[in-house]
Design a protein. Structure first.
Length: 195
C-alpha cells in the first residue's frame, strides 16, 4: 500500500495496465488492487487474482472512465455474477451480454471456444484453441497476448479479439507438435508468432 501513489503515477506512463497475473491473495495486495483499479486512467486488463480483488465491489469497474477488460474463467464469472456455473453454461451469451453492459467492460469468458462480450451487446466466439490449453499459466499468456496486440497499435476491441485468437492458434500449433495432453503455458508462449 505504501507504493500506491508511485504505482498510480507509473500507470500514467504506459499504454495499458494489467492487474492479476502473478498477484497474490494477500489482503494488502488485494486491497491495493481495489484502490488502484478505479483510479487508473488507462485501459485496464484484469485477470486471475485481480478479478478476485474487485469481484465483491464491481461498481469500481463500472465507474471507470477508461476501458476495462476482464478475462474470467467460468468459476470467476460465477463469482462476478453471483450465478451458478450450471446456470451460466445454460445461457452463456445472455449472461455475458448483460454483465459486459452492466460493467461497461469487455469480457473474455475463457473456456472451450472463448466468448468475447462487449458493452454494446456484441459477442464474438473464438474458434481457435484446444482442451490442452486448460493448464496453469495459460490465462497469463492470454493476458500478455492481448496487451501485446494493443501495444502493436490495434484498436482495443480488435486487440482483444486478435489476442484471444492468436493465443488459441498458438495452442493449436503447439498441440500439433506436442499433443494436446502435454501442452504447458510455456509452450503456448513459445509458439506465439513473432511480430
Amino acid at each position: 500500500m505504501e507504493n500506491r501513489d508511485e504505482l498510480l503515477e507509473f500507470s500514467r506512463t504506459v499504454d495499458m495496465v494489467v492487474l492479476g497475473p502473478g498477484l497474490s491473495l494477500a489482503e494488502e495486495t488485494q486491497e491495493l488492487v481495489r484502490k488502484l483499479a478505479p483510479k487508473i486512467n488507462k485501459p485496464l486488463l484484469i485477470d486471475g487474482d485481480g478479478i478476485t480483488a474487485v469481484g465483491d465491489d464491481l461498481g469500481r469497474i463500472g465507474r471507470r472512465e477508461a476501458p476495462t477488460i476482464l478475462t474470467p474463467h467460468l468459476g470467476e464469472m460465477s463469482r462476478i455474477t453471483k450465478i451458478d456455473i450450471g446456470e451460466i453454461n445454460k445461457n452463456k451469451i445472455d449472461v455475458l451480454q448483460s454483465t459486459a453492459k452492466k460493467l461497461n467492460a469487455i469480457i473474455v469468458l475463457k473456456g472451450a471456444h472463448s466468448l468475447i462480450g462487449y458493452p454494446d451487446g456484441s459477442v464474438f466466439i473464438n474458434v481457435s484453441g484446444n482442451s490442452g490449453m486448460a493448464t496453469a499459466g495459460s490465462g497469463d499468456v492470454l493476458t500478455g497476448t492481448i496487451a501485446a496486440m494493443y501495444s502493436l497499435g490495434l484498436a482495443l476491441e480488435e486487440a482483444v479479439r486478435i489476442g484471444v485468437f492468436v493465443h488459441g492458434f498458438s495452442g493449436d500449433v503447439a498441440a500439433v507438435d506436442k499433443g494436446e495432453d502435454g501442452i504447458t503455458a510455456q509452450d503456448i508462449l513459445d509458439y506465439l508468432p513473432k511480430p
